[in-house]
Design a protein around this ligand. Sequence first.
Ligand code: NAD
Length: 370
Amino acid sequence: MTTTYIALIGCGFVADYYMATIDAYPELEISGVYDKNPKRLKAFSEYYKLNTYSSIEDLLSDKKISIVLNLTDPRSHYTISKQCLQAGKHVYSEKPLAMNFEDAEDLVKLAKETNLHISSAPCSVLGKSAKTLAHAVRNKMCGDIKLVYAELDDGMVHKMAYKKWFSESGAPWPYRDEFEVGCTLEHAGYYLAWLMVMFGPVRSVTAFSDCVVPEKIGDEEPLQPFDTADISFGLLKFESGVVARLSTTIVAPHDHSIRIFCDNGVIYMDECWDNDDEVYLKKMVRIRRKTFLSPIKKKVKLPNEVKVNKVDRGNTKMDFLLGVQDLATAINTGKRNQLSADFSLHVNEVALALQYAGTQSSTYITKSRF
Ligand SMILES: NC(=O)c1ccc[n+]([C@@H]2O[C@H](COP(=O)([O-])OP(=O)(O)OC[C@H]3O[C@@H](n4cnc5c(N)ncnc54)[C@H](O)[C@@H]3O)[C@@H](O)[C@H]2O)c1
């Protein structure tokens, strides 16, 4: 077993998610952590008994470290990932890779020039439910794919008790940052990555996005910007010909389902934030002159058992280290990783096109490929 040494920058809310499955990966060793907020650094490192660094420079000078996990807020991703690549470290970044396409492209170019990897979350595409769905699609269990409806609705987050949400080690949920960055840039990647693995690169994005709840934080200091889109609806045309509709909102009631409509039926599942959610299919049946979807559902099974590291953090039942393991394997074996730099860039590009579509959108033609 080759040990891969990793370090975390950013000990906020999501960092606890990464710690949730660390015991399942004896090949990944955390050399240490850093956060610019001394209180968070102390609370997190003491809770998990981890070594700390005094600065990013101190962390990057540790020759043992191979991969840096950039778990800072989205608007800090570009600067920190760039600094890590320049110091010769592979990077696993939380999503989005960057806040605009040019910065994301710059990171990918730098990684290639320096012969380093840069990968981006989300990694749920490496989980059992995504693999099961892809297996059903690849094997045309319901025939040729014609259309996909995917939903990433989180309910009215502004009406929830979000100020009382804390991570296991005590980090508050960063509601201001979440609202300012936007739910589409934060969440669309969860299904975009799945769709891209199943159907290849997206050729065009025709989308609409808007801010329908500007008053999310009551009388607190206004959000900056105050009107980040909290709903988006995208029509994605894949190079393979498949058409998908993706909705991402923090307004409509919780719905993380996907339905894949095929010639002879539908393949579907309910929750993409659960690595172990079941995938089902229903076939079309014809009885005399009537054609309809069978009321009988059939569970889709993978031919080989896939290990699931069980996690239960509220509505998140995902193993956040799947992507880090994938990256470590790529570094150690030279094999291409699923969440490659080009793949991560493409997910980022489409998420940006959806988040910033606006209300007068025209069709956006993608530039990147993987
Ligand atoms: N909050 C969630 O539920 C969630 C879930 C999945 C993914 N994510 C993603 O994880 C990332 C982090 O989100 P979060 O919720 O943990 O945010 P957070 O604000 O709770 O944590 C970010 C941490 O990064 C630190 N930081 C920022 N700039 C830094 C710098 N220059 N040097 C050192 N530390 C720095 C901050 O002090 C903070 O502690 C985001 O990209 C987000 O999209 C969040």
